[in-house]
Design a protein around this ligand. Structure first.
Ligand SMILES: Nc1ncnc2c1ncn2[C@@H]1O[C@H](COP(=O)(O)OP(=O)(O)OP(=O)(O)O)[C@@H](O)[C@H]1O
Ligand SMILES: [Mg+2]
Length: 341
């Protein structure tokens, strides 16, 4: 059975069951002009170009794809750090792209982020207690003692001793700093975490500890995660479903994380074969990898953006972008090898 378009079962009931529903999201950045002179046509970086997905409470959606495919732009759009060119982002059934003032503030309490470099979100001149308490001071009318109790609680949740509250960020290792960033992200009534390369800078063993922490916290608190990562093994370990992007577009998304062992799109096959070899000795086997030249979102190839690198490309792949189809089992795919009829 095949269906076309997303989602198959749209409607208010569907959206209310989900923490986040993103539909036809587009973000184009101005990318200079195509020639000299002010009359020359403007160029646009098509960072995100019509992407739809959803995340349920307590679920982790993994987001993968090569550098520049639009992962962080999606994160920034969800966090309202950027405004979309068009499209919709609904959080618990409510549109958030047009929120302003107090409503935007309330939304920002519920959706928090952890980035690769915790230094960027942890002020070096503030003690850990004050860093974590900041959100409570801005968003709540908690008393001083309520704040102390809540900060101590989230430090404990993040696997740290409440005593560390009097220290400064530079007094911690990378893994501990990421735990502080997680505690800070959880201190309010958080419903969703956007984790953009949150463990990418950590050593493998520390990375595993933080992933375990994230899994435990999700089980305890029922938070939804959007997990962006380069390391596919980590993504597969944490995510319930994985979504693959290429130059601003969604190429494949499956209802089960098992699909990392059974990808269908030629790009996903190549990406996963390189990252998850069935035999570790195959790591140097690059025969399945897409060739090295990655086009940019400023001038993406016509038709299917992947066609110049695709081993299965046919003539029409260079002229028509494949319509998305939903295969049996719920897998969504955009590839001419899987036509809509
Ligand atoms: N503010 C901006 N102005 C212009 N172009 C931008 C801006 N932000 C992002 N881009 C471009 O949008 C595209 C997507 O960038 P994005 O940071 O979302 O990629 P990414 O998938 O997160 O990459 P990485 O894996 O390297 O973090 C890139 O071509 C990038 O250069
Ligand atoms: Mg990024």
């Amino acid at each position: 059975m095949k269906g076309v378009g997303y989602p198959q079962s749209a409607g208010p009931a569907f959206e209310e069951q989900k923490t986040l529903v993103v539909k036809d999201l587009v973000k184009h950045f101005p990318g200079g002009r195509t020639g000299l002179g002010i009359g020359a046509p403007k160029q646009w970086v098509r960072a995100v170009d019509g992407v739809s997905f959803d995340i349920a409470p307590g679920e982790t959606l993994g987001l993968v794809g090569e550098s520049g495919c639009g992962k962080s732009t999606i994160a920034k759009l969800i966090l309202r750090l950027e405004d979309p060119t068009s499209g919709s982002i609904r959080f618990q059934g409510r549109e958030v792209t047009d929120l302003k003032g107090q409503e935007l503030k309330t939304y920002r309490r519920s959706v928090q982020a952890v980035f690769q470099d915790p230094y960027s979100s942890l002020s070096p001149r503030m003690r850990v207690h004050d860093i974590i308490a900041e959100g409570l001071r801005v968003h709540t009318d908690y008393s001083k003692s309520d704040i102390r109790v809540r900060v101590n609680d989230v430090l404990t949740l993040a696997g740290l001793s409440p005593d560390v509250g009097r220290l400064y960020p530079h007094e911690f290792s990378g893994g501990q700093r990421q735990r502080i960033a997680i505690a800070k992200a959880l201190v309010l009534d958080t419903k969703m975490l956007v984790l953009d390369e949150a463990v990418s800078a950590l050593d493998v063993s520390i990375r595993a500890q933080i992933i375990t922490l994230l899994k435990d916290l999700q089980q305890e608190l029922g938070i939804a995660y959007l997990y962006i990562g380069h390391d596919l093994a980590t993504v597969a370990h944490l995510a319930n479903r994985v979504m693959v992007m290429y130059l601003g577009r969604l190429l494949e998304l499956d209802e089960s994380v098992e699909f990392v062992r059974d990808p269908k799109h030629p790009y996903t096959k190549a990406l996963f074969a390189a990252a998850l070899p069935s035999n570790p000795d195959d790591v140097s086997d690059t025969s399945e990898q897409p060739n090295a030249e990655v086009p940019t979102a400023l001038s993406p190839p016509t038709g299917c953006h992947f066609h110049p690198r695709c081993p299965d490309a046919r003539e029409h792949c260079s002229t028509q972008f494949p319509e998305e189809v939903t295969l049996s089992g719920g897998r969504r795919i955009s590839c001419h090898l899987y036509p809509s009829r």
